[in-house]
Design a protein around this ligand. Sequence first.
Ligand code: CA
Length: 221
Amino acid sequence: MNILLAEDDPVIARHVKEALTQEGYRVDHSDNGIDVWEKGDIGEYDAVILDLGLPDLDGLTLLRRWRRAGNAVPVLILTARGSWMERVDGFDAGADDYLPKPFRNEELLARLKALLRRAGAAPATVVDVGRFRHDEVRKTILFDGQPVELSPQEYRALLMLMADPDAVVSAYDMAHHVQGRDDDSAKNAVEAMIRRIRRKTAPDAILTRRGFGYTLGSEEP
Ligand code: CA
């Protein structure tokens, strides 16, 4: 298995490369966006581990370019800690999975294996999160195997929650990023949208953490 590792932090890159090599992967490392874009275009990699913050060409832009050009190489994005928006954008740009920094190499290896398995068995653009499934190519979300008819805003809101199912997303953040609004009525609009999504899926498909926001996570803190 050939893996392209795109990471400009030399310490992270060295540790990841060592861990992957020990597991029998052949690793090409690149620390520069343009270089990654060119290498990934040749199509000789089984998967790409992509840090978003790369010099010369950022990871999100180069991922979008690959996808637009029909390059379906499985991509595991490395995101800054807590930066859920990067994950949502990454999802939109065509990433297959996400790993927030800092991470343990064991976790990276597990994600990578799952990614490669999915890529071998099915289109790598389908991501399962709990009872939800996102089909990136068809831009559809399934709940318990049934397609859910969603408005673009509802779709984006669900992607935001699916990006990190345990994260709690505030109504404010959701209004800002899904609806592009910050006014006082935004919170009510988000509440109404969440109610609509629940009606289309299940009452407990999205949980409310009173005073904090919304989550797909199942456990109360
Ligand atoms: Ca970086």
